[in-house]
Design a protein around this ligand. Structure first.
Ligand SMILES: [Zn+2]
Length: 429
C-alpha cells in the first residue's frame, strides 16, 4: 500500500514534470518566433556619441544589451551607401548604391534622388523587410532608404515616404506610427519596424562634432528613444522587442586650414561628377567620383596623382580590396579621396577657397576604417546577451542579426554570422 502510493506519487510527479517541461518548451518555441525588431537609424551618430552627450536611455539600452566599440561602415562612408548596406547585408558593389549620388553607365545617367527613389532598377540585393515579408512577417518602415521601391516586387506592408524634418514633434509622431503598427490585430501587426532620423548628422555638419548643437541633437534623439521604450512598455511588448540602434557613419571636423583646392591642378567640370552638387556652388566634399572618356580620365589621373599630400587618386579596376564598391556599371573611373578631416574644393569659375568654411564644418565619406568614421551599434532585447561591449564589426552583419532575431531565413549576404553570434542569445543561421 505504502509502496503503491509512493509509485503513484512518483508517476504523478513524473507526469507533472513532463507537462511542465512540454508547456515550457511550447512557450519557448512560440516565444522564439514572436520576437519584434525595431531598427533605429540615427544618421551621423558617431560611435562615441552617447559618451559625450546626456543620453540616459541609450546608455541604459547599451547596459541592458550589446554595444559595439564601433561599427565599420562600408566604403565610402556616406549615408545612402550605408543605410542600404545595413538593410541588405551587402557590399556596395553588390547592392549598387555606391555613393549618395550615383551615375550608372548602363542607364546612362545620374540617379535622380526624387523620381528614381521608387525605381527598382537602382536598388540591388534583398533588404531585410523584403526577406521578412516573403516569409509572412509584416513590416513597417518609417522610414528607411530603399523601402519606397518595390524590390523583387516586394515592399513593406506599411511604409511612409521620407520627409526631411528636425522637429521633435515630427520625430515623436514617427515613433507613434511604429507603435500603431504594432497595435494592429494579429495578422496585420508588424514584427519588424524601422525608424530613421537625420537631426544629429545635420547638426554636426553645420556646427562641428561636439558642438552644443550636435550634443543637443543627440539628447533630443535620446528622448525620442525614451518615447519608444515607454510606448513598448505601456503595451507590454518591451520584453519581446529587440531595439537595434545603428548609424550609417561617423563624422570628422573640417578646417579652413585643410582644403584641397583642385582648381589650380585641373578643371574637373568637363567630367561627370555626381557627388558635386553644383546648385550649391563650389564643391566641399570628402571625395569626388569622376566619370569620363578614356583620354580625359588618363589625363586627370596624371595631373592629380601626387599633386597633393592629402589627396588619394584611385582608378577604376584598381581600388583597394576592402573598398568593395567596384560595381560593374557604377564604379567611377577615378575617385579623388581626401584624408580624414581634409575637404576637396572645386569651382566652376576658379573662385579661391574662403578663409572661413561657409556651411560645412564637419563631414564624412572618408576611408571607412578611420576611427572618426565609426558608426554606432547598440542593441538590447531577448535576442541579445546583456552587458556586452564588443569590438568593431562591419555593418553588413546587421541584416543577419535582424534575421536571427526574427527567426527568418536570411538571403545570401556578404556578412558572416559567426562574427556576431558571440553576443546573441540564440542560434543564428
Ligand atoms: Zn548619413
Amino acid at each position: 500500500m505504502y509502496k503503491s502510493v509512493n509509485t503513484l506519487g512518483a508517476i504523478a510527479l513524473i507526469m507533472a514534470i513532463f507537462f511542465a517541461v512540454s508547456a515550457n518548451s511550447t512557450e519557448t518555441a512560440a516565444g522564439a518566433d514572436d520576437q519584434i525588431v525595431i531598427l533605429v537609424g540615427i544618421d551621423g551618430l558617431r560611435a562615441d556619441a552617447i559618451d559625450r552627450a546626456a543620453a540616459p536611455n541609450m546608455r541604459a539600452l547599451a547596459a541592458r544589451g550589446v554595444r559595439a566599440e564601433g561599427m565599420t561602415p562600408a566604403m565610402p562612408s556616406k549615408t545612402f551607401v550605408n543605410l542600404y548596406s545595413l538593410a541588405t547585408g551587402l557590399h556596395p558593389k553588390n547592392h549598387g548604391i555606391i555613393s549618395n549620388y550615383i551615375y550608372d553607365r548602363k542607364i546612362g545617367r545620374e540617379m535622380n534622388r526624387g523620381s528614381d527613389i521608387n525605381d527598382p532598377r537602382w536598388w540591388g540585393g534583398e533588404p531585410i523587410w523584403v526577406t521578412a515579408e516573403k516569409q509572412g512577417v509584416k513590416t513597417g518602415t518609417n522610414t528607411w532608404l530603399g523601402a519606397e521601391a518595390p524590390i523583387g516586387g516586394v515592399q513593406p506592408t506599411y511604409w511612409n515616404p521620407y520627409k526631411k524634418s528636425h522637429k521633435s514633434e515630427v520625430y515623436a509622431a514617427r515613433v507613434d506610427q511604429i507603435l500603431e503598427w504594432l497595435d494592429l490585430p494579429d495578422g496585420k501587426n508588424i514584427r519588424l519596424g524601422t525608424l530613421y532620423f537625420s537631426v544629429v548628422d545635420d547638426a554636426a555638419h553645420q556646427n562641428h562634432v561636439n558642438s552644443p548643437q550636435e550634443l543637443q541633437a543627440i539628447e533630443m534623439m535620446d528622448k525620442i528613444m525614451g518615447r519608444l521604450i515607454n510606448g513598448l512598455k505601456d503595451r507590454s511588448l518591451y520584453e519581446r522587442t529587440n531595439i537595434i540602434i545603428v548609424s550609417d557613419h561617423g563624422m570628422a571636423d573640417l578646417s579652413p586650414e585643410r582644403i584641397i583646392n583642385l582648381d589650380p591642378i585641373m578643371d574637373v567640370t568637363p567630367f561627370i561628377t555626381p557627388d558635386w552638387n553644383r546648385s550649391r556652388g563650389a564643391a566641399y566634399v570628402a571625395f569626388i567620383n569622376l566619370y569620363g572618356d578614356e583620354d580625359g580620365v588618363e589625363n586627370a589621373y596624371q595631373k592629380f596623382n601626387g599633386a597633393h599630400p592629402h589627396l588619394k587618386v584611385l582608378r577604376r579596376g584598381a581600388f583597394p580590396e576592402g573598398y568593395h564598391f567596384d560595381h560593374p556599371d557604377r564604379e567611377p573611373d577615378l575617385m579623388l579621396l581626401a584624408d580624414p578631416g581634409w575637404v576637396i574644393y572645386a569651382t566652376e569659375d576658379q573662385t579661391p577657397p574662403p578663409s572661413v568654411l561657409p556651411f560645412l564644418k564637419a563631414t564624412h565619406g572618408y576611408h571607412n576604417l578611420h576611427p572618426d568614421m565609426r558608426a554606432t551599434f547598440i542593441a538590447a532585447g531577448p535576442s541579445f546577451k546583456k552587458g556586452i561591449f564588443t569590438k568593431p564589426f562591419d555593418n553588413i552583419e546587421v541584416y543577419g542579426i535582424i534575421a536571427c532575431a526574427l527567426s527568418i531565413k536570411p538571403a545570401k549576404t556578404d556578412g558572416n554570422i559567426q562574427n556576431i553570434t558571440h553576443f546573441m542569445t540564440r542560434k543564428c543561421d
